[in-house]
Design a protein around this ligand. Structure first.
Ligand SMILES: NC(=O)C1=CN([C@@H]2O[C@H](COP(=O)(O)OP(=O)(O)OC[C@H]3O[C@@H](n4cnc5c(N)ncnc54)[C@H](O)[C@@H]3O)[C@@H](O)[C@H]2O)[C@@H](O)CC1
Ligand SMILES: [K+]
Length: 515
């Protein structure tokens, strides 16, 4: 499984464990890393006039000396520019000694047009903002529009957070080793990496497993086995029943988008719960989706008792205020006390999140009660800041850190949306999504995401996996659809994506859901 992401500290530990296990030593790993980069350079730029290898003082620079040695040995005109010699006795010093090219000082860096830059200044060990001669090299490469191949990470990008420290190279290609790092997927790092190639340098899966990584690149490998498929004896209520709350007569569309998405994601039955004054509007637009009046929290209780729904979505188009808070708290109090009636999962989005901006602790306390249903919240950046103001304001933490902290505080799976959506669970697991596309930035797209998540929850998929699957399916659908996408397209356009996932081995039968 290569969907794990490693922090700099975990990567260092993987390195240490691999060397300890033998027979490869540190220089051996470095030679493999450098060879992987050189192979990419040679295959992609066979007619490069000149390659400039920029080597820093640490092991990233060590990889660079290996690249330069192999390129020169292959007949490529190669210059090495260094920001400082490697520490004597280090692996990088060995690699530098093996390189036949005499390095020139980086302060003299003077590349010609159409040459290639191999950026081996700083990688996992980046410890301060790029400045001086390194920043000058970044500017020169950008000004001359040079192709840049980054070793491990573009120098200036933090592998743990994806943040730019000072300035950074914008690479066309980044070759990294063993596993990707969070900074390859979090913005702005992802944009600066260009294409990412993952090279095997002999750090085996057993070593990675010993680290028990808690961060993943979102993809089917993470949740396919849990994706619900109907059992042979399925009937509609066995496939999960979703309740979707509608807003008033002028704000019903969002709930219908969620409802349709929940149905398409496999829930056997979906009911829109509508204020009395919006019943006619909703009735005029619903066919297979059921409709029921819900004006007060007591109506929820009656619905749960009579119809045994398994999951609800509250928020899309619902409005902000006291009624939203009352409904949210009533839903959080509707979990299963034992094996009796009660709901399994909740998704709070949009107005359900914003309604608690003045009193987030009330929400968190209700979500922390032992009987509370599993809760997924799907804030975009603005909504996140309303509920978790102090976490959002922390300029040092990464988006990954923030989503994790929020999930722990709220006892909820947090889907922190954006172009680099992070899904975090209260137990510390987190996934970064990387298959999104800007086509998804369209009104109602988030309502569809909430609906897919709720549909999967209703079929018994665990909350973290359901949220990850929904985010990935939603993004994949938008990416494939491309130009012209509007939210109404998404529920139907996701069908081919779902078909492929089921054909690829998804997952768990929803028979267990007999209610
Ligand atoms: N850990 C592993 O498993 C492997 C690591 N390898 C390479 O080793 C790299 C990590 O090596 P290091 O830990 O030595 O770290 P780096 O080589 O990234 O940088 C560390 C050195 O750079 C200096 N430095 C950091 N940021 C600076 C800045 N902004 N301005 C000036 N100086 C700065 C530090 O003081 C230190 O001397 C990886 O990125 C990868 O390229 C590979 O050789 C293969 C195996
Ligand atoms: K680098």
């Amino acid at each position: 499984m290569s969907h794990e992401l490693l922090t700099s500290a975990e990567m260092g530990e993987a390195d240490r464990l691999t060397i300890a296990a033998g027979p490869t030593d540190g220089v051996g790993l470095m030679r493999r890393a450098g060879r992987a980069v050189a192979t990419e350079v040679l295959s992609r730029y066979p007619s490069a006039a000149h390659v400039h290898v920029l080597c820093g003082p640490g092991n990233n620079g060590g990889d660079g000396y290996v690249v330069a040695r192999i390129l020169a040995g292959s007949g490529v005109a190669t210059t090495v520019w260094t920001s400082g010699p490697p520490r004597p006795g280090s692996d990088a010093a060995v690699a530098a000694a093996e390189c036949p090219i005499k390095p020139r000082p980086l302060s003299d860096f003077d590349p010609g047009p159409r040459s290639i830059v191999v950026d081996a200044l700083y990688g996992a060990g980046l410890s301060k903002p790029l400045s001086g001669e390194a920043a000058r090299a970044v500017n020169l490469a950008a000004k001359l529009h040079l192709r840049v191949v980054a070793v491990d990470l573009p120098s200036g990008i933090s592998g743990d957070s994806g943040k730019v420290l000072g300035t950074s190279f914008s690479a066309d290609l980044t070759v990294t080793f063993a596993r990707k790092k969070p900074g390859h997927l979090l913005l702005p790092g992802r944009e600066r990496c260009g294409e990412i190639v993952l090279a095997d340098i002999g750090i085996v899966a057993e070593i990675i497993a010993r680290l028990q990584p808690r961060t993943f690149e979102n993809g089917p490998a993470l949740w396919l086995r849990d994706l619900p498929v109907p059992a042979i004896d399925a009937h509609k209520y066995k496939r999960g029943h979703v309740g979707v709350f509608s807003g008033g007569p002028n704000a019903t569309g969002a709930a219908r988008l969620s409802a349709l998405a929940a149905a398409r994601s496999g829930a056997g039955a979906v009911t829109v719960l509508s204020p009395g004054n919006a019943m006619q509007v909703n009735a005029a637009h619903l066919t297979s989706i059921m409709l029921r009046k819900a004006d007060e929290a007591a109506d929820i209780e009656a619905f749960v008792g009579e119809r045994r729904p398994s999951a609800f979505v509250l928020g899309p188009g619902f409005g902000i205020g006291e009624k939203t808070r009352a409904f949210a708290l009533a839903l959080l109090a509707s979990g299963k006390p034992a094996a009796s009636t009660g709901i399994d999962g909740l998704v709070f989005d949009a107005d359900a999140i914003t309604s608690f901006r003045e009193a987030p602790d009330v929400l968190f306390e209700a979500a922390r009660r032992p009987d509370a249903p599993a809760l997924v919240m799907t804030p975009h950046e603005g909504e996140f800041a309303r509920l978790f103001a102090d976490i959002a304001d922390d300029n040092v933490s990464s988006k990954l850190d923030k989503a994790r902290a929020a999930a722990a505080r709220a006892n909820a799976v947090i889907v922190y949306k954006g172009a680099d959506t992070v899904v975090a669970a209260p137990d510390g697991r987190a996934a970064i999504n990387s298959n999104g596309a800007a086509w998804l930035a369209t009104a109602g797209s988030g309502d569809v995401l909430s609906g897919i998540t709720t549909g999967l929850l209703a079929q018994g998929m665990p909350a973290f996996e359901a949220a990850c699957a929904a985010v990935w399916i939603h993004a994949e659908t938008g990416r494939r659809f491309g130009p012209g996408l509007i939210a109404e397209d998404l529920p139907l356009a996701m069908v081919p994506v779902l078909r492929e996932l089921v054909a690829a081995g998804g997952g768990r039968c929803s028979t267990a859901l007999e209610r």
